[in-house]
Write a protein that binds this ligand. Structure first.
Ligand code: PLP
Length: 386
């Protein structure tokens, strides 16, 4: 009894990077030491091998590694020729990096609304915003689930738009068997430590079938240079280092297994929490594999949500609001014309993400669910459905 009690009091973080590290530690140590002994530290054989492995997994001809997910979006948009005067439609219910990349190339982000169930772009909302200056679409595969890839790709085809996918949260996810990152002109992934495939620092990669786009991105990431000290265009310093690539290559073969564990935790959360009428579960569209970067549910209102967050915190259980302020309401974008995005605003008021990582235990998921259900009972919101 006392043993269960002390185990139950242990904190539950959103992600547990040390737990993931400990199961792969010997191989990771070997990889890092191998790179240090090699004397080659930036854009070398490890990076090239990682590029081949990611391209193969996503199913594209090329992958180009760079310094972050935001840089992958920036490089892809620039290589696709998007620039000043262009409008790029994207989501507001996302991380700021999506819109930042659009602004970096001098284009204007135009924010579309989401579908309430999946939190992904609503193709009808996107279509209404297409105008004479629209040049590209940046869908986000939020929380690990593919956006409506077929419908969005069709819209882009019909209106002559380039599609650049934000796959920062969706490595391993697909729509109808075609991976996220293989639908657009480019797919942009992040290796930020807390992403499904995380480095031990920053990193990113973009995937593409377009030989010219891949080549342009390789030149842009390396100071606009193909031959050392010959600079054709204004480029950047956006490289991936060998140690990060070697670490990612150790972790990549485990991604499928880790994704399967995430899916099991999601199923357990769902089974426990869908019993309560005040909780709305994330919708799985069923058109492909969900990478379960986050398990994000809805509560009736932000006051109830605050009560749940407080009760979880009192039990040392983390939870996060992804995202509390939609991008179109951020100060940095207050100069843009006001957008009316009712579903985005409503999601920001209601969503709560619960701890999600491969190493969660069933007991931890149960403990989290118990707290959530207890709070709803105590504030008298909703009821048990079964
Ligand atoms: C993490 C993330 C990014 C940015 O990736 P970085 O590697 O942190 O630059 C962009 N878009 C989304 C949706 C993300 O989750």
């Amino acid at each position: 009894m006392s043993e269960t009690k002390s185990a139950a009091a242990a904190p539950i973080p959103m992600v547990d990077l040390l737990a993931e590290h400990s199961v792969l530690q010997p191989a990771l140590n070997d990889a890092v030491l191998r790179v240090i002994a090699s004397g080659s530290y930036i854009l070398g054989t490890e990076v090239s091998a990682l590029e081949r492995e990611i391209a193969q997994m996503v199913g594209t001809r090329h992958a180009v590694a760079c310094a972050s997910g935001t840089d992958a979006l920036h490089l892809a948009l620039r290589a696709a020729g998007i620039g000043p005067g262009d409008e790029v439609i994207t989501a507001s219910f996302t991380f700021i990096g999506t819109a930042e990349a659009i602004s970096y190339v001098g284009a204007t982000p135009v924010f579309a609304d989401i579908e309430p169930g999946t939190f992904n772009l609503d193709p009808a909302s996107v279509e209404r915003l297409i105008g004479p200056r629209t040049c590209a679409l940046v869908p986000v595969h939020l929380f690990g689930q593919a956006a409506e890839c077929a419908a969005l790709a069709q819209l882009c085809e019909r209106h002559g738009l380039k599609m650049i996918e934000d796959c920062a949260q969706s490595l391993g996810g697909d729509w109808d068997g075609r991976m996220t990152g293989a639908w657009g002109a480019a797919g942009c992934f992040s290796f930020y430590p807390t992403k499904n495939l995380g480095a031990y620092g920053d990193g990113g990669i973009l995937t593409t079938d377009d030989d010219v786009l891949a080549d342009t991105c390789r030149v842009l990431r390396s100071h606009g240079s193909r031959v050392r000290y010959h600079h054709e265009v204004l480029g950047y310093n956006s490289r991936l280092d060998e140690i990060q690539a070697a670490i990612l290559r150790v972790k990549l073969p485990h991604l499928d297994r880790f994704s399967a564990l995430r899916a099991e935790h999601a199923a357990r959360y769902r089974e426990r929490l869908e019993q309560h009428s005040a909780l709305v579960m994330p919708v799985e569209h069923g058109n492909g594999r969900h990478a379960w970067h986050q398990f994000t549910l809805r509560l009736p209102d932000s006051a109830t949500r605050d009560s749940v967050i407080k009760a979880l915190a009192a039990e040392k259980i983390a939870s996060m609001i992804y995202y509390p302020i939609p991008v179109h309401r951020q100060k940095v974008y207050e100069h843009l014309p006001a957008a009316s995005l009712p579903e985005t605003d409503r999601a920001a008021e209601q969503v709560l993400s619960l701890p999600m990582h491969p190493m969660l235990s069933d007991a931890q998921v149960d403990r989290i669910c118990d707290v959530v259900l207890r709070v709803l009972r105590s504030v008298g919101v909703g009821r048990y459905i079964r």
